[in-house]
Design a protein around this ligand. Sequence first.
Ligand SMILES: [Zn+2]
Length: 292
Amino acid sequence: MNDEIVIAEALNGEVRIHIARTTKLVEEARKHHNCMPTSIAALGRTLTATSIMASDLKNNYETITCIINGNGPSGTILAQANGEGKVRGFIGNPGLHYVREDGHLDVARAVGVNGNLTVIRDSGLKEAFTGVAPLQSGEIGDDFTYYFAISEQIPSVVGVGVLVDVDYSIKASGGLIYQLMPKATEETIVYCEELAKRQKPVSTLISEGKDLEDIIIDYFPDAKILNHRNIKWYCDCSKEKFAYSLMTLADEDLDELIEEDKGAEVRCEYCNTFYNFSTQELKEIKAKKING
Ligand SMILES: [Zn+2]
């Protein structure tokens, strides 16, 4: 089953629901960055929440970038998604494998809690909007819940989860966010609070093969499905783009790469792809730079 997001509304339009299956894109992230289980759980949860936020963007070129830095061993976690459903991201330390006593991956220990979740909304036109909220637990779902409450004033329930298989591949990954609209009644608020306590983790439901629409209907029987959005792992880096950025180097730096290093190897931080430039290619870049 391909990754996707289903958007719905329920309870007389008082609740907006987003549910995402991100199993394939999180598996791609794991392979690109060679992640161990706790690292990919942290990155996968962040990729999932970010994908869901981006599913409301109006234009393909708009992006949402979420950055988590809790000063824990994971270092910075960054996820970026655009209005076309293309998602990419990285984690500072992909090699973490912490397991709690109950057998669950210890994401909070990896992420830390002394820091912020920063969200950058870039519409490509005017200045980007940046919202910041202090981390609450480092479990990521709670941290997004708090971000929505204080930075966007939207009461929300955020559940994001990644199930890692015994061979470390991704068994299931997904997220469920429901948000209360300003007109929500007390009855609706109570219903959502009760639901949050009894619902199964969405990654478990996805691993059981449950259909996303069915999950929504199970929880909100009157739900009206509004939209389906495809999402996938995709990085738009290329050798041409890196050649262009090498042109911004000073001549002395390019000369050093040509004469001393005999070439250059550059890495895309987002997808961990390496691009090699030979001395000949670097000389051409330098020549173009002088001419251009
Ligand atoms: Zn890349």
